[in-house]
Design a protein around this ligand. Structure first.
Ligand code: FER
Length: 243
Protein backbone atom coordinates (compact mmCIF):
# COMPACT_ATOMS: atom_id res chain seq x y z
CA UNK A 1 0.00 0.00 0.00
CA UNK A 2 1.42 3.28 -1.10
CA UNK A 3 0.11 6.81 -0.60
CA UNK A 4 0.84 8.73 -3.79
CA UNK A 5 -0.10 12.17 -5.09
CA UNK A 6 -1.53 13.27 -8.42
CA UNK A 7 -2.21 16.59 -10.02
CA UNK A 8 -5.91 17.24 -10.46
CA UNK A 9 -6.80 19.75 -13.17
CA UNK A 10 -10.44 19.30 -12.12
CA UNK A 11 -9.86 20.50 -8.56
CA UNK A 12 -6.73 22.58 -9.15
CA UNK A 13 -4.77 20.87 -6.39
CA UNK A 14 -2.43 17.96 -5.77
CA UNK A 15 -4.51 15.11 -4.34
CA UNK A 16 -3.70 12.02 -2.30
CA UNK A 17 -4.62 8.45 -3.23
CA UNK A 18 -3.82 5.10 -1.63
CA UNK A 19 -2.74 2.41 -4.08
CA UNK A 20 -2.45 -1.31 -3.32
CA UNK A 21 -0.26 -3.43 -5.57
CA UNK A 22 -0.36 -7.22 -5.25
CA UNK A 23 2.58 -9.31 -3.95
CA UNK A 24 5.17 -9.87 -6.67
CA UNK A 25 3.90 -6.83 -8.62
CA UNK A 26 5.90 -6.68 -11.83
CA UNK A 27 5.99 -4.21 -14.69
CA UNK A 28 6.18 -7.19 -17.07
CA UNK A 29 2.51 -7.93 -16.27
CA UNK A 30 -0.56 -5.77 -16.95
CA UNK A 31 -2.96 -5.63 -14.02
CA UNK A 32 -6.68 -4.94 -13.79
CA UNK A 33 -7.67 -2.07 -11.47
CA UNK A 34 -10.41 -1.66 -8.89
CA UNK A 35 -11.28 1.93 -7.96
CA UNK A 36 -12.61 1.72 -4.40
CA UNK A 37 -14.52 4.68 -2.99
CA UNK A 38 -15.41 5.88 0.52
CA UNK A 39 -18.40 7.42 2.33
CA UNK A 40 -19.50 10.95 3.26
CA UNK A 41 -17.22 11.16 6.33
CA UNK A 42 -14.24 9.38 4.81
CA UNK A 43 -11.23 10.08 2.65
CA UNK A 44 -8.47 8.11 0.89
CA UNK A 45 -7.68 6.37 4.21
CA UNK A 46 -11.20 5.20 5.11
CA UNK A 47 -11.00 1.67 3.66
CA UNK A 48 -7.48 1.25 5.03
CA UNK A 49 -8.69 2.18 8.52
CA UNK A 50 -11.58 -0.25 8.91
CA UNK A 51 -11.00 -3.10 6.47
CA UNK A 52 -7.25 -3.75 6.07
CA UNK A 53 -7.66 -4.19 2.30
CA UNK A 54 -3.96 -5.02 1.79
CA UNK A 55 -4.25 -8.12 4.02
CA UNK A 56 -7.63 -8.98 2.51
CA UNK A 57 -6.31 -8.90 -1.08
CA UNK A 58 -2.95 -10.52 -0.17
CA UNK A 59 -4.83 -13.45 1.38
CA UNK A 60 -7.49 -13.83 -1.32
CA UNK A 61 -4.83 -13.72 -4.03
CA UNK A 62 -2.60 -16.22 -2.17
CA UNK A 63 -5.59 -18.59 -1.85
CA UNK A 64 -6.36 -18.25 -5.57
CA UNK A 65 -9.77 -16.74 -4.74
CA UNK A 66 -9.11 -13.30 -6.22
CA UNK A 67 -7.04 -12.44 -9.28
CA UNK A 68 -4.00 -10.19 -8.94
CA UNK A 69 -5.22 -6.63 -9.16
CA UNK A 70 -4.31 -3.07 -8.28
CA UNK A 71 -6.73 -1.37 -5.86
CA UNK A 72 -6.94 2.41 -5.95
CA UNK A 73 -8.49 4.22 -2.99
CA UNK A 74 -8.87 7.90 -3.84
CA UNK A 75 -10.49 10.83 -2.07
CA UNK A 76 -13.95 11.11 -3.65
CA UNK A 77 -14.60 14.61 -2.30
CA UNK A 78 -13.34 16.64 -5.24
CA UNK A 79 -12.85 20.07 -3.71
CA UNK A 80 -9.84 22.16 -2.69
CA UNK A 81 -10.10 21.30 1.01
CA UNK A 82 -10.95 17.63 0.66
CA UNK A 83 -10.56 16.72 4.34
CA UNK A 84 -13.67 15.33 6.06
CA UNK A 85 -14.10 18.34 8.33
CA UNK A 86 -16.99 20.35 9.72
CA UNK A 87 -20.41 19.57 8.29
CA UNK A 88 -19.47 16.67 6.02
CA UNK A 89 -22.95 16.68 4.39
CA UNK A 90 -22.13 20.11 2.90
CA UNK A 91 -19.50 18.47 0.71
CA UNK A 92 -22.01 16.15 -1.02
CA UNK A 93 -21.79 18.13 -4.34
CA UNK A 94 -18.02 17.54 -4.42
CA UNK A 95 -18.71 13.80 -4.61
CA UNK A 96 -20.37 14.44 -7.99
CA UNK A 97 -17.45 16.59 -9.19
CA UNK A 98 -15.20 13.59 -8.54
CA UNK A 99 -16.48 11.93 -11.73
CA UNK A 100 -14.37 14.33 -13.80
CA UNK A 101 -11.36 14.08 -11.50
CA UNK A 102 -11.55 10.28 -11.67
CA UNK A 103 -11.92 9.99 -15.45
CA UNK A 104 -9.65 12.84 -16.53
CA UNK A 105 -7.01 13.12 -13.81
CA UNK A 106 -6.74 10.03 -11.62
CA UNK A 107 -7.23 7.15 -14.08
CA UNK A 108 -4.68 8.56 -16.57
CA UNK A 109 -2.19 9.01 -13.69
CA UNK A 110 -2.65 5.44 -12.46
CA UNK A 111 -2.35 4.08 -16.00
CA UNK A 112 0.88 6.02 -16.52
CA UNK A 113 2.53 5.22 -13.19
CA UNK A 114 1.50 1.56 -12.85
CA UNK A 115 1.47 -1.43 -15.15
CA UNK A 116 -2.21 -1.46 -16.01
CA UNK A 117 -4.38 -3.34 -18.48
CA UNK A 118 -6.39 -0.42 -19.86
CA UNK A 119 -9.20 -2.48 -21.42
CA UNK A 120 -12.63 -1.50 -20.01
CA UNK A 121 -13.14 -5.13 -18.99
CA UNK A 122 -10.13 -4.75 -16.69
CA UNK A 123 -11.51 -1.72 -14.83
CA UNK A 124 -13.89 -1.90 -11.85
CA UNK A 125 -15.54 0.66 -9.61
CA UNK A 126 -16.98 -0.01 -6.17
CA UNK A 127 -17.61 1.92 -3.01
CA UNK A 128 -19.59 2.35 0.16
CA UNK A 129 -22.51 4.72 0.75
CA UNK A 130 -21.65 8.01 -1.06
CA UNK A 131 -19.04 5.86 -2.83
CA UNK A 132 -21.79 3.35 -3.61
CA UNK A 133 -23.83 6.12 -5.21
CA UNK A 134 -20.71 7.21 -7.10
CA UNK A 135 -20.23 3.62 -8.29
CA UNK A 136 -23.79 3.52 -9.68
CA UNK A 137 -23.51 7.01 -11.17
CA UNK A 138 -20.01 6.86 -12.65
CA UNK A 139 -20.01 3.15 -13.51
CA UNK A 140 -23.35 2.86 -15.28
CA UNK A 141 -22.99 6.22 -17.09
CA UNK A 142 -19.46 5.46 -18.30
CA UNK A 143 -19.74 1.90 -19.57
CA UNK A 144 -16.95 2.61 -22.05
CA UNK A 145 -14.69 2.93 -18.98
CA UNK A 146 -16.06 0.39 -16.47
CA UNK A 147 -17.35 -3.16 -16.81
CA UNK A 148 -17.48 -4.25 -13.13
CA UNK A 149 -19.60 -2.20 -10.73
CA UNK A 150 -20.04 -2.78 -7.00
CA UNK A 151 -22.21 -0.30 -5.09
CA UNK A 152 -22.37 -1.13 -1.36
CA UNK A 153 -25.10 0.59 0.74
CA UNK A 154 -25.63 3.25 -1.92
CA UNK A 155 -26.53 6.71 -0.55
CA UNK A 156 -29.12 9.27 -1.80
CA UNK A 157 -26.54 10.68 -4.22
CA UNK A 158 -27.56 7.75 -6.49
CA UNK A 159 -29.18 9.21 -9.62
CA UNK A 160 -32.65 8.13 -10.80
CA UNK A 161 -32.38 4.75 -12.51
CA UNK A 162 -33.70 6.12 -15.83
CA UNK A 163 -30.65 8.41 -15.91
CA UNK A 164 -28.31 5.57 -14.97
CA UNK A 165 -29.66 3.13 -17.55
CA UNK A 166 -31.11 5.10 -20.50
CA UNK A 167 -30.33 2.19 -22.84
CA UNK A 168 -31.24 -1.24 -21.44
CA UNK A 169 -29.63 -3.20 -24.28
CA UNK A 170 -26.35 -1.29 -23.92
CA UNK A 171 -26.31 -2.09 -20.20
CA UNK A 172 -26.95 -5.77 -20.91
CA UNK A 173 -24.16 -5.84 -23.48
CA UNK A 174 -21.54 -3.94 -21.51
CA UNK A 175 -21.90 -4.83 -17.82
CA UNK A 176 -19.70 -7.77 -16.82
CA UNK A 177 -20.91 -7.62 -13.22
CA UNK A 178 -23.27 -5.36 -11.32
CA UNK A 179 -22.90 -6.45 -7.70
CA UNK A 180 -25.27 -4.56 -5.40
CA UNK A 181 -25.06 -4.97 -1.65
CA UNK A 182 -26.87 -3.57 1.35
CA UNK A 183 -27.55 -4.55 4.95
CA UNK A 184 -31.20 -5.35 5.64
CA UNK A 185 -31.04 -3.01 8.67
CA UNK A 186 -29.64 -0.14 6.59
CA UNK A 187 -32.08 2.81 6.45
CA UNK A 188 -30.87 3.53 2.91
CA UNK A 189 -31.78 0.11 1.46
CA UNK A 190 -34.72 1.54 -0.50
CA UNK A 191 -32.21 3.23 -2.82
CA UNK A 192 -30.70 -0.10 -3.86
CA UNK A 193 -34.13 -1.78 -3.92
CA UNK A 194 -35.39 0.85 -6.30
CA UNK A 195 -32.55 0.20 -8.74
CA UNK A 196 -33.09 -3.54 -8.37
CA UNK A 197 -36.78 -3.24 -9.32
CA UNK A 198 -35.76 -1.70 -12.63
CA UNK A 199 -33.06 -4.35 -13.20
CA UNK A 200 -35.56 -7.14 -12.58
CA UNK A 201 -38.23 -5.55 -14.75
CA UNK A 202 -35.79 -5.24 -17.65
CA UNK A 203 -34.01 -8.54 -16.95
CA UNK A 204 -30.59 -6.95 -16.50
CA UNK A 205 -28.24 -9.44 -14.80
CA UNK A 206 -26.98 -8.42 -11.38
CA UNK A 207 -26.06 -9.84 -7.99
CA UNK A 208 -28.21 -8.78 -5.05
CA UNK A 209 -26.19 -9.28 -1.89
CA UNK A 210 -28.17 -8.47 1.25
CA UNK A 211 -26.95 -9.41 4.71
CA UNK A 212 -28.07 -8.83 8.30
CA UNK A 213 -25.98 -5.69 8.84
CA UNK A 214 -26.88 -2.02 8.95
CA UNK A 215 -25.01 0.94 7.47
CA UNK A 216 -21.73 -0.21 8.98
CA UNK A 217 -18.08 -1.17 8.35
CA UNK A 218 -18.85 -4.87 8.92
CA UNK A 219 -21.16 -4.81 5.92
CA UNK A 220 -18.58 -3.00 3.82
CA UNK A 221 -15.58 -5.19 4.63
CA UNK A 222 -17.71 -8.31 4.10
CA UNK A 223 -18.97 -6.90 0.80
CA UNK A 224 -15.42 -6.19 -0.34
CA UNK A 225 -14.45 -9.77 0.62
CA UNK A 226 -17.22 -11.31 -1.52
CA UNK A 227 -17.21 -8.80 -4.38
CA UNK A 228 -13.43 -8.93 -4.90
CA UNK A 229 -13.64 -12.70 -5.47
CA UNK A 230 -15.99 -12.10 -8.40
CA UNK A 231 -13.83 -9.46 -10.05
CA UNK A 232 -12.15 -9.96 -13.42
CA UNK A 233 -13.14 -13.63 -13.52
CA UNK A 234 -16.31 -15.52 -14.31
CA UNK A 235 -16.81 -17.40 -11.07
CA UNK A 236 -19.33 -15.98 -8.63
CA UNK A 237 -18.60 -17.39 -5.15
CA UNK A 238 -21.33 -15.31 -3.68
CA UNK A 239 -22.98 -15.82 -0.36
CA UNK A 240 -26.51 -14.93 -1.41
CA UNK A 241 -29.11 -14.15 1.18
CA UNK A 242 -32.55 -14.05 -0.38
CA UNK A 243 -34.57 -10.89 0.01
C1 FER B 1 -28.03 11.28 3.06
C2 FER B 1 -27.84 10.19 3.88
C3 FER B 1 -26.61 9.54 3.91
C4 FER B 1 -26.98 11.70 2.23
C5 FER B 1 -25.77 11.05 2.25
C6 FER B 1 -25.58 9.97 3.10
C7 FER B 1 -26.23 13.24 0.59
C8 FER B 1 -24.27 9.33 3.07
C9 FER B 1 -23.84 8.48 4.01
C10 FER B 1 -22.48 7.87 3.95
O1 FER B 1 -21.73 8.12 2.99
O2 FER B 1 -22.17 7.11 4.86
O3 FER B 1 -29.22 11.93 3.01
O4 FER B 1 -27.24 12.78 1.42
Amino acid sequence: MELIEYESKTVGTVRKVNVYTPPGYSSSKKYPVLYLLHGIGGDETEWVKFANPAALFDNLIADGKAVEMIVVMPNGRAQKNDRAEGNVMASAPAFAVFEKDLLEDLIPTIEKQFSVDVDREKRAIAGLSMGGGQSFNFGLRNLESFAWIGPFSAAPNTKPVQELIPDVQLAKDKIKLLWISCGNKDGLIRISQNIRQFLKKHQIDHVWHVDEHGHDPQHWSSSLYWFSQCLFQDKKPVKLIAQ
